[in-house]
Design a binder for this molecule. Structure first.
Ligand code: ATP
Length: 401
């Protein structure tokens, strides 16, 4: 089970000494209990940061104070970093950052967290501590604010997005009505959040299992324009999600953002800035702008050229974008073939070089490149097939044309 990994147990062994009590907290417990993938294991401890460092080092582990102002020390076991955070309770907040103080009271630490399903703790032997009924909520797919939703949102407006993000991942049935109405009432608070925090939540929400439904909720309740800074394109987003499901494409957050918010070239810069997108994410938006400008699905030959020039990832995203825009069913052979390629597919190298053409008596100069391109076109459109001998003959014919 999730709590038995040797790296995890090594943290427990080091940090449950000298009166300190340490438990796994948050996402690891939540996902572990649901049988989902546990990516990282975070700990909460009654030990203050200096003691965490001391105990870890005494056990021969590396300890790096990565967030001392939050009381966080990263303890490294088997090359894996684990965040260990001292129990805290809120003292005051300004709507963006909470001022906290250390405590040894587990209940106080739990009530500072956002949702009941995030206030789950586990001991070294897997015993779960659930002071707020989070496990029952988790099983029922209920995202429930700890305390009064409006008050908790006013402490940190990011919780609006986290409410929807967790519902998109763990939700069942209908979304919690009290939480929803508080989010809707306080939505203007989203405007003051930093780009990084907003995108950090949005990029996970957009690819979550219930993304389509949750984006629909954000739209229905008027939060989506606030988040995007523009009017959303809901039909495109829905179609993209449906098509991805049909072809079995893994959802891509930037592509889904583009589906929702990219109409024209200007959107590219605006969204990149608004969400501080990475270069890779921004490049995905750019592909979409490109495809939107072409406005129709390329024919089979053009498709092969794109595949050759762009590689399979980018090619597939363009395929999805085209289908999304045209509302076409993904049954076109040439395009569906994109999904039959192995993920690591690489275009073969074109077998002819300039020297081959010059050996035919064509003098060095622009004519050589022209001949090569003619033959390469045919080779690409034939699906990168063609014996060298055959290609040489074609080059010879082209040189005489
Ligand atoms: P995931 O594994 O999906 O990242 P997580 O629960 O670990 O989920 P984090 O954002 O890493 O998500 O947060 C870790 C824990 O810290 C949460 O489980 C929650 O208890 C608490 N937390 C994080 N952000 C907030 C917040 N804005 N307000 C209150 N509690 C929060």
């Amino acid at each position: 089970p999730w709590f038995k990994a040797p790296a995890t147990q090594a943290v427990f062994a080091a940090l449950n000494k000298d009166g300190a009590e340490t438990r796994i907290v948050g996402g690891a417990v939540r996902n572990g209990l649901m049988g989902l993938n546990v990516a990282e294991v975070d700990f909460a401890s009654t030990a203050e940061p200096e003691q965490v460092v001391k105990l870890a080092e005494a056990a021969g582990l590396k300890a790096v104070p990565t967030g001392l102002e939050h009381g966080t020390v990263t303890v490294v076991t088997d090359g894996v970093g684990h965040e260990v955070t001292t129990l805290r309770e809120d003292v005051e907040t300004d709507g963006r950052h909470a001022t906290v103080r250390f405590t040894t009271d587990w209940a106080a630490d739990a009530s500072r967290r956002d949702f009941t399903l995030n206030a789950l703790y586990a001991d070294a032997d897997g015993t779960v501590h659930d002071p707020l009924g989070g496990y029952e909520d988790l099983e029922a797919g209920r995202i429930r604010f700890i305390g009064d939703p409006a008050a908790r949102i006013a402490e940190d407006y990011l919780r609006i997005l986290r409410f929807f993000r967790f519902f998109a991942i763990y939700g069942k049935g209908t979304i919690d009505a009290d939480g929803l109405s508080a989010c809707v009432r306080l939505r203007d608070g989203l405007d003051g959040l930093s780009a990084e925090r907003v995108w950090g939540e949005m990029k996970r929400l957009l690819v979550a299992p219930r993304a389509k439904e949750v984006v629909g909720l954000l739209y229905d309740y008027g939060l989506l324009p606030q988040i995007l800074g523009s009017a959303p394109r809901l039909p495109q987003f829905d179609r993209l999600a449906e098509i991805e499901a049909v072809v079995g494409a893994a959802p891509n957050a930037a592509l889904r953002l583009a589906a929702l918010a990219v109409y024209v070239e200007d959107d590219l810069e605006r969204l990149t800035e608004r969400f501080r997108l990475s270069n890779a994410e921004s490049a995905v938006l750019e592909e979409v702008v490109d495809v939107l400008q072409i406005e129709k699905a390329p024919d089979e030959a053009t498709g092969k050229h794109l595949l050759y020039r762009l590689g399979p990832d980018s090619y597939r995203r363009r395929v999805l974008t085209t289908w999304m825009e045209e509302g076409a069913a993904p049954d076109d052979d040439a395009w569906t073939a994109a999904y039959e390629l192995p993920d690591r597919w690489q275009a073969p190298e074109f077998p002819l070089k300039g020297e081959d053409v010059m050996a035919m008596g064509v003098p060095s100069g622009p004519q050589v490149g022209r001949i090569l391109r003619v033959v390469e076109r045919t080779w690409i459109e034939a699906g990168f097939e063609g014996e060298r001998e055959v290609l040489l003959k074609q080059a010879e014919a082209a040189s005489k044309a």
